[in-house]
Design a protein around this ligand. Structure first.
Ligand code: HEM
Length: 453
């Protein structure tokens, strides 16, 4: 059976999808927009491509596990154009390189990023917020900039100010291109399309990172066990160990690609959205704020050994973070392509068809989260058994490599804010429920907080 819907050329729904994705999803249900009647799998056309959209919670979970739905190089044609062929996000399924990259990420890189959070990010954030105490502050922007700054400092060293400013501009151009039409156009030196600018930024960034990789010499030579927490040292030591064990080791070009993925502003943006949205939810509910505040004040854990979402952490902050992730996932979809003709949940999906796994819709599915699926409610996590985990970090073989880190940063930053500031307010006119969803979700207009001790 073919999924419900229409994917003919004249039914392209790109405009409706990009202007209000929540409404577009509701409209896929019955004519009254009844969410409980929503179709779990349906056909449509997006950006001229015939697509199958997966929207129910269980269906999304199955789709993330489905071996024939691959994040191939056509994962997202735009991303592969901008990110390059060798970076993690655009790599083919099951390749040796993908495995090696994931091992590197899960092992040494994340361990060393953990160190960056507590030695560089939190102090930087405190310094910025101290200056803004009592004044309106765009928390999203501050968190995003501090994370980007900490990662770039770690990659190229904290002292090369000019070089860093140049890199910041390139990173901005690179990121912007991911949401622009893939038009490669350049008129001499006068004008070029945003996409072309992104491609040129990518090449310059890769060349820069390749030079960083080539010139890097581990300070403790071969004896370093990567416990020094330097990101580059960690990468080199691990990669060299693989070489010695005759396992697939990564080339300079490939390592430069990993540094590009880590430095790309997508990562700071996702985490900044999570922090700003969770803080907004806490600020809007006075009893939630008081609870979280008391828990944070009595928290005995030194911020450096904070384990993020672990049991010993403030329950209220943990649950608010989880509920925020559910309702406002930083990335709303996982795009795939069908590798072979397949029957998925009874529907015929042909080879080559795009499959959009709508994490946002799965997270708000009333069949899994009940009639209050669209409301922010921390209580839902306190019932036994609790509802299923939100899909915000994807799932299956391509699930997010930075999940623990993202949650840990969010919990640590919010705990620190609660410990320092007894009063949180939203500046008049801020609307924390109004989102823009592309390419990374964020409040449509900056939501400003006033923090006072
Ligand atoms: C709130 C923050 C974040 C959210 C919501 C998020 C979400 C996601 C999602 C949904 C995917 C899967 C995409 C897909 O299946 O197509 C993904 C992949 C990925 N994420 Fe995250 N992410 C976050 C933070 C981070 C951080 C901090 C890092 C790195 C330090 C990171 C690194 C990655 C990488 C490398 C992948 C690709 C994994 C692969 O293709 O195998 N993410 N992320």
């Amino acid at each position: 059976m073919e999924p419900y819907g229409n994917d003919h050329l004249f039914h392209d729904s790109t405009l409706a999808f990009s202007s209000d994705v929540e409404k577009w999803l509701r409209d896929q249900g019955s004519s009254e927009g009844d969410l409980s009647q929503r179709r779990d799998v349906f056909r449509t056309r997006l950006a001229t491509k015939r697509c199958v959209v997966v929207a129910g919670y269980e269906a999304c979970r199955d789709a993330l596990e489905e071996k024939e739905f691959v994040a191939s190089q056509a994962y997202n044609e735009l991303l592969s154009g901008v990110m390059g062929e060798t970076t993690l996000l655009t790599m083919e399924e099951d390749g040796e390189l993908l495995k090696a990259t994931k091992m590197l990420l899960h092992g040494t890189i994340l361990k060393s990023m953990d160190h960056i959070v507590f030695t560089s990010l939190i102090p930087k954030l405190e310094e910025r917020l101290d200056k803004l105490s009592g004044k309106p502050v765009n928390l999203y922007e501050v968190v995003r900039d501090c994370i980007a700054d900490s990662i770039v400092s770690e990659v190229i060293g904290p002292h090369h100010i000019d070089e860093r400013q140049q890199l910041d501009l390139l990173l901005k151009d690179h990121f912007r291109a991911a949401s622009r039409p893939p038009v490669k156009l350049k008129l001499g030196k006068i004008w070029m399309s945003a996409f072309q600018r992104g491609i040129e930024a990518r090449d310059k960034l890769l060349a820069k990172f390749e030079a960083v990789v080539k010139n890097f010499e581990p300070s403790e030579g071969e004896s370093c066990s990567a416990d020094c927490s330097s990101l580059l040292c960690a990468i080199f030591t691990e990669n060299n160990n693989w070489k010695m064990d005759n396992k697939t080791a990564l080339s300079t070009k490939h390592l430069a690609g990993i540094l590009l993925v880590l430095s790309n502003t997508i990562i700071p943006k996702t985490v900044a959205t999570l922090v700003a949205s969770t803080c907004a939810s806490i600020t809007l509910d006075i009893s939630l704020f008081e609870k979280a505040h008391n828990e944070a004040k009595s928290c005995q854990v030194d911020i450096k050994s904070c384990a993020g979402m672990q049991e010993n952490c403030s329950e209220t902050i943990r649950l608010c973070t989880k509920e925020t992730l559910r309702l406002w996932p930083a990335l709303i979809a996982a795009p795939r392509k069908c590798n072979n003709d397949v029957i998925f949940r009874g529907y015929k999906i042909p080879k080559g068809r795009y499959v959009i796994i709508m994490l946002l819709a799965g997270n708000r599915d009333p069949a899994s989260y009940g009639p209050s699926a669209n409301e922010f409610s921390v209580k839902r996590w306190k019932v036994t058994p609790p509802p299923p985990e939100p899909l915000s970090f994807g799932g299956g073989p391509r699930s997010c490599s930075g999940r623990d880190l993202a949650e840990k940063i969010s919990v640590a930053v919010i705990c620190k804010l609660l410990q320092k500031y007894s009063s949180w307010q939203l500046k008049k006119g801020s609307n924390p429920l109004d989102y823009k969803w592309f390419p990374v979700s964020a409040h449509r207009e900056p939501v400003k907080f006033v923090f006072t001790p």
